[in-house]
Design a protein. Structure first.
Length: 352
């Protein structure tokens, strides 16, 4: 008589999961910060906002993924890069409301666990958490044969932040305010279904030389992680220098900036006011993508938009530049009525 059917024979390797947990425990531990209670490995994570320095906090929570950029990671081996993306997409969404990211959890789902790849993803997550000064307090690894094909995995991230009750953004946006844009590091983590179509229609493999990034392969260049803006922005927000902020993701500048404007204001932006990275120019030319579509799908070079009082704009720009950010004055706020509106009128041929 045989030894019987096992969970491992059905496609789930518990020992591989235990090996991964053992490998990532010190990686996650290196992200510890004031407020964390206990260590990774429990059934739930505890955090003490008072120990983190908050007197009367409002808690904020967000969740996000990486989208079809995972296709590139699997094809090119850029697993650590998408780990960074996962954190960035969450913590950037917290900081726009004035919140400090406190802790982060990840969900890693796959058909069959490849410990080396999973560890690379989590190393990317942990490095991004350190950049955002956010603790990686736990997560979940799910092995689900039959749901994911060979080599496939999916990611989700969850972040919690805090802000003192009087510091929540947006607040006080009014006509005459200035709109500033912080440079992106590239495509970030939105629009990759269109990116992949452009590349496929052009007949280019991922290991071809990147037409817009000398010395890099196409896939490698496109995997450049999302920029994390937390360190530069939090001090300015706590000093009351920022009235509103928008993380520029799917929907572009107009779709995201309009979310933080009130019904009595609207923004007008100058598409010629910032430097558009060559990757977007290349995609627009190669895919014959109209300017309106580029601005709706991609960040087009601006990863974060800020609203500041006109008399404080120069100070904000100088302080951000000192933190290593590239800052552009991209528009202004004027009176409006009805739903918030953002107007952008690029010249013919922009951004190609």
């Amino acid at each position: 008589m045989g030894s019987g059917t096992t969970y491992q024979a059905a496609g789930v390797d518990i020992e591989a999961g235990e090996t991964l947990v053992a490998a990532i425990r010190p990686i996650a531990g290196a992200t510890a910060r004031p407020g964390v209670v206990g260590a990774i490995g429990g059934f739930a994570a505890a955090f003490d906002p008072r120990a983190a320095g908050y007197a009367d906090p409002i808690l904020l929570a967000t969740t996000d993924g990486v989208g079809t950029k995972l296709v590139l990671a699997r094809a090119c081996g850029g697993h650590g890069a998408v780990g960074v993306d996962l954190v960035a997409m969450c913590v950037n969404d917290l900081v726009v409301q004035g919140a400090e990211p406190l802790f982060f959890l990840d969900y890693f789902a796959t058909g069959r666990l490849a410990v080396t790849e999973a560890r690379a993803v989590i190393e990317g997550i942990a490095g991004a958490c350190r950049e955002a000064r956010c603790a990686l307090v736990g997560g979940e690894t799910a092995e689900m044969p039959g749901l994911y094909g060979p080599g496939e995995y999916d990611l989700a991230g969850f972040a919690v932040g805090a802000v003192e009750r009087g510091g929540l953004l947006p607040r006080g946006v009014e006509p005459g305010d200035i709109v500033l844009g912080l440079a992106s590091s590239g495509v970030h983590s939105n629009g990759f279904s269109l990116v992949r179509k452009i590349v496929a229609d052009a007949g280019l493999p991922w290991d071809a030389p990147a037409p817009f990034a000398p010395g890099k392969a196409l896939g490698e260049a496109l995997l450049t992680p999302t920029r994390i803006y937390v360190r530069g922005l939090l001090p300015l927000m706590r000093a009351g220098l920022i009235k509103a902020a928008a993380h520029i993701t799917g929907g572009g500048l107009a779709g995201n900036l309009s979310r933080v404007l009130g019904e009595t204001t609207e923004a007008t932006l100058d598409a010629e006011a910032w430097e558009v990275p060559e990757v977007f120019r290349w995609m627009a030319r190669t895919g014959r993508v109209p300017a309106s579509e580029m601005l709706k799908v991609f960040n087009c070079g601006i990863g974060m938009a800020l609203v500041a009082a006109a008399e404080r704009a120069e100070e904000v720009m100088a302080r951000l530049a000192a933190e290593g950010e590239r800052v552009f004055r991209i528009g202004g706020i004027r009176a409006g009525s009805g739903p918030a509106r953002v107007a952008i009128e690029p010249r013919a041929g922009w951004p190609g």
